[in-house]
Design a protein around this ligand. Structure first.
Ligand SMILES: Nc1ncnc2c1ncn2[C@@H]1O[C@H](COP(=O)(O)OP(=O)(O)OP(=O)(O)O)[C@@H](O)[C@H]1O
Length: 474
């Protein structure tokens, strides 16, 4: 007997066995064998073309050997293989640098592509939440290219449509851990494409020795240390103001001294004046004699800052309507005011009057000084706004090792940590103060990308040599 079932939808279903549950089975469409074969062949051809386009050199080698074997037999392949092996060994032995650049880097890139990135791509993308599942299909970002530099892999990725670089920036730690790298930085190549930089080793692990003093008098950019790619890092000091933030022992002194070292020949030529404010008396006092002016007590520091303001205003009066920028001369040298631990003069200063004088002078110098050749280079441990409210008046900023992740963006500006400036993760070793010291991320005006740099270590002996140099009569 046919009976209608209860319920709204199933009422339309008629069943002869109303006590058993109803199973809906999908319709099975039988694909003809020829269609399956065509699809399979199409995929095979597309895969082959992709492989040839992506690895033309490797494919070229395989094709040549196959052609040789086919035309002349396996002995010819053996002879060719031995000849190529010998030639390669000679090349590697005589010109290792070019061999490594042309062959070594490619082989390494191929190996890393296969073993590290291709093999782990699917799982890392899924766990990091960068893949998507839509309608039962899994969509993954496309791993396009791996290039091995001397210290890092650069991985080119085509993002999923609609994805943003910010989503990748939020998952840098997942990506770094996933591929076994110490860190990861992301940069946009063009719309829809990003490049990931994953270091294989830390090129800044070794202490960098103090740079030689420049042979010519120049107001910079001054050589501070080295970048991750081994190139020299030069910091602009003329026409800007620089803020260096770092926890205690982060190596702020090496930045200050490297800048001073680079400016000494220009100082000797009368094109630069170096004024030091050293409220802690532990850093700049060691080379006190190199400075044209030196102050340590809060009163002296406030006086010296106000003196710098007076110099600045006198120049501004003279330049007004005549010129718009500063060219260092003996009459109007570039005046660099160096402040070690600026918070001693601002946040930690109990005398309100002195504090106000200091803050007002610093704010005036940092807002009006650069066009007339007066610059400020300040170091501080704690970058919070209540410690240094004028931190945003420094166009160029350096974040050395910091205690907390939030402090990175306070120093370098919003989004800097997401872009890879992991200053809070710079390693330190209580037993060896040189570990991680002087390493920091720099963000210069008009450039969103933080650059990782290690400042050269200017030792006590180097400072004594600088004092002798500064005292010598040219
Ligand atoms: N660039 C560097 N390379 C290697 N070691 C360094 C470097 N800079 C500093 N150091 C080491 O780290 C120690 C601390 O450096 P420094 O005094 O400059 O730190 P700091 O940031 O000024 O600390 P604080 O704020 O406590 O004075 C130094 O005594 C030195 O041993």
């Amino acid at each position: 007997m046919l009976r209608k079932l209860p319920g709204t939808e199933v009422q339309n279903v008629v069943s002869t066995t109303p006590d058993t549950s109803i199973v809906f089975a999908p319709t099975v469409v039988k694909t003809p064998a020829i269609v399956a074969i065509v699809v399979w062949l199409w995929r095979l051809c597309a895969g082959l073309v992709k492989t040839v386009v992506r690895h033309p050199v490797a494919c070229g080698w395989v094709a040549s050997l196959a052609g040789l074997g086919w035309g002349l037999g396996w002995r010819a392949v053996l002879v060719a293989g031995v000849a190529v092996g010998l030639a390669t060994s000679v090349w590697a032995g005589l010109w290792p640098a070019s061999f490594l650049r042309v062959v070594g880097a490619r082989l390494l890139a191929w190996w890393r592509w296969m073993w590290v990135y291709r093999r782990k791509w699917r799982s890392v993308m899924a766990v990091a939440g960068l893949g998507r599942q839509i309608g039962g299909r899994v969509y993954l970002p496309d791993l396009r290219r791996v290039v091995c530099g001397p210290w890092a892999d650069r991985v080119t990725v085509r993002m999923l449509r609609g994805q943003t670089d910010q989503e990748w920036a939020d998952r840098l730690a997942n990506i770094a851990h996933g591929f076994g790298a110490g860190s990861c930085a992301v940069s946009v190549l063009r719309p829809g494409w990003v490049a990931l930089t994953l270091p294989r080793r830390d090129p800044l692990a070794k202490v960098v020795r103090a740079r030689p003093m420049p042979a010519t008098a120049s107001v910079g950019p001054v050589e501070i240390g080295v970048c991750e790619d081994g190139s020299l890092y030069r910091l602009r000091v003329h026409g800007t103001h620089v803020l260096i933030a770092g926890a205690t022992g982060a190596g702020k002194g090496s930045w200050l001294w490297s800048a001073v070292r680079g400016l000494l020949p220009a100082q000797r030529a009368g094109l630069v004046e170096l004024w030091a404010l050293d409220p802690k008396r532990m850093e700049l006092s060691y080379g006190r004699a190199v400075f044209n002016a030196y102050a340590a007590t809060p009163e002296d520091c406030a006086d010296l800052l106000e003196h710098a303001v007076a110099v600045m205003q006198e120049r501004a009066d003279r330049y007004a309507g005549v010129r718009r920028d500063h060219v260092p001369t003996v009459r109007d040298p570039f005046l660099l005011v160096i402040v070690d631990e600026v918070a001693f003069l601002t946040a930690y200063q109990s005398d309100r009057n002195l504090k106000q004088r200091t803050m007002a002078a610093l704010a005036t110098l940092t807002t009006q000084g650069r066009a007339v050749g007066v610059g400020v280079m300040a170091a501080l441990q704690d970058p919070r706004k209540d410690v240094l409210s004028i931190r945003n008046l420094f166009p160029d900023r350096v974040a050395l090792r910091l205690d907390e992740p939030d402090q990175v963006d306070m120093v370098l500006g919003d989004g800097a940590r997401d872009r890879g400036a992991l200053a809070d993760q710079i390693v330190r070793d209580p037993d060896d103060p040189s570990v991680g010291a002087g390493v920091g991320f720099v963000r210069v005006e008009n450039s969103p990308e933080p650059v990782r740099v290690r400042a050269a270590y200017v030792s006590d002996a180097d400072i004594r040599q600088m004092v002798v140099y500064a005292m010598e009569v040219s």
